[in-house]
Design a protein around this ligand. Structure first.
Ligand code: FEO
Length: 170
């Protein structure tokens, strides 16, 4: 059995990760409409990764014998008016997710739940990568996004992203 607060936070994180998937799906739809299929692909893959994050949280709760409760997934409500918007929203969102993971870690630390801390280590590392990716995309867009050839080249780069299953297996 997990500590009640730890269990509740992980359960809520299942929902937050599903929301992340939904948000990135929305970004993918936006870019597809703009004719940027590479950016659309990048966020489609990202949405798949977020679903994986949700499933890992869910599976961990089940392994610990906890009941998982699914909640309503909020509607993505970011207003996107220019190509940079999703990238900036993406970075802000990942910074927020990092704070959520840190909160769960802090709750586990408080009750000496070393098992959950070890489980969360993967997510702590993953968030470093998530924030770095989001920052890099903003930087590249600032550098090359205003030039049509530069934008085409970025779109081609993002078209090459392929989905890979998470390295964490439960
Ligand atoms: Fe599930 Fe993008 O962090």
């Amino acid at each position: 059995m997990l500590n009640e607060k730890v269990s509740k936070l992980i359960n809520e994180q299942v929902n937050k990760e599903l929301y992340s998937a939904y948000l990135y799906l929305d970004f993918s739809i936006y870019y597809e409409q703009q004719g940027l299929d590479g950016f659309a692909n990048w966020y489609m893959v990202q949405a798949q990764e977020e679903r994986d994050h949700a499933m890992l949280m869910l599976k961990y709760l089940q392994l610990c014998g906890e009941k998982v409760t699914l909640d309503v997934v909020a509607k993505p409500d970011k207003e996107m008016n220019k190509l940079m918007d999703p990238l900036q929203f993406g970075l802000e969102h990942e910074q927020y997710v990092t704070s959520l993971i840190n909160d769960i870690y802090a709750a586990a630390y408080e009750v000496k739940d070393f098992r959950t801390m070890q489980f969360l280590d993967w997510f702590v590392k993953e968030q470093l990568e998530e924030e770095k990716n989001a920052e890099d995309m903003i930087k590249k867009m600032e550098l090359f996004g205003n030039d049509s050839k530069g934008l085409y080249s970025l779109d081609t780069e993002y078209a090459a992203r392929i989905y890979t299953a998470p390295s964490l297996v439960l």
